[in-house]
Write a protein that binds this ligand. Structure first.
Ligand SMILES: Nc1ncnc2c1ncn2[C@@H]1O[C@H](COP(=O)(O)OP(=O)(O)OP(=O)(O)O)[C@@H](O)[C@H]1O
Length: 244
């Protein structure tokens, strides 16, 4: 595919009719690449993810996926098209087993996935052996790091074309956080496009192909990650219009 995998053009969106949280947002994610999105708390990063995932419809502008306009398309239809989200909050069912959590998103899609389910499950277990070991245990009994593995395993099972990853390292130890970033790199090297949001600005810049800075609902800086080297602290102050 020559064009971007995902493209937002001039998207304005918000929760109330007369308050815009996102204003004229334009960004792109390419297949096999990571676009990093950085910004302060409340800048609108999660709102942007919700807009791509179909939970919020743009008031103006467009979201296109593989060249097709998907603005306002329902979340379950976007999953069928190959858009997957690993949200900031847990998306697990704590009283269901690890394996049930993994397979749940595919069960209603047996026609599409029935023949590959077993093979995909084996693949997830090969990558995350701890999940295999604990496959019959309740998801809620896993450690924070293992629950994050389960979130990523669930996404991998769906083999999406685009994966939106919102604050994956929040609440995790530095060692587990590093592991999480290696999974994201693996996802991207398999050909998946990634939109990555994380508070670890330096890490996001280092592993992204493109970086966008979101400030008060607007993109205030955007470019190849090579343009975001050097004194990040000073640059971030400028992008965000802050003195800290
Ligand atoms: N469900 C909602 N209803 C109304 N306003 C909301 C809702 N969710 C978020 N907001 C508001 O939208 C703005 C952007 O919030 P959002 O969660 O997108 O920011 P964020 O950049 O992801 O912040 P954080 O890093 O803290 O998660 C904030 O002013 C927030 O209060």
């Amino acid at each position: 595919m020559s064009g971007p995998l995902l493209e937002m053009r001039g998207v304005t969106a918000g929760y109330a009719q007369d308050i815009d949280v996102l204003r004229e947002i334009s960004l792109r994610v390419d297949a096999g690449q990571v676009t990093g999105l950085i910004g302060l708390n409340g800048a609108g990063k999660s709102t942007l993810v919700k807009t791509i995932c179909g939970f919020l419809a743009p008031k103006s502008g467009s979201v296109t996926f593989e060249g097709n306009d998907v603005s306002g398309v329902a979340p379950h239809k976007l999953i069928d098209l190959g858009i997957c989200c690993i949200p900031q909050e847990s998306s697990l069912f704590p009283y269901l087993s690890v394996e049930d959590n993994l397979t749940l998103p595919l069960l209603g899609r047996r026609a599409k996935f029935g023949s590959v389910l077993k093979q995909r499950l084996d693949d997830v277990y090969a990558q995350f052996p701890a999940l295999h070991e604990k496959r019959s245990q309740a998801a809620g009994s896993l450690s924070g790091g293992q629950q994050k593995q389960l979130e990523f395993g669930k996404a991998w099972l769906q083999q999406p074309k685009l994966c939106l990853v919102d604050e994956p390292s929040i609440g995790l130890s530095p060692r587990i956080s590093e592991e999480v970033f290696t999974w994201i790199e693996k996802f991207a090297s398999s050909g998946m496009g990634i939109l990555l949001i994380d508070h670890n600005v330096r890490r996001v810049v280092r592993m992204s192909d493109r970086v966008c800075v979101l400030s008060l609902g607007r993109i205030t800086a955007e470019g190849a990650s090579s343009e975001f080297q050097g004194d990040l602290h000073r640059q971030v102050q400028e992008w965000l219009g802050l003195d800290f």
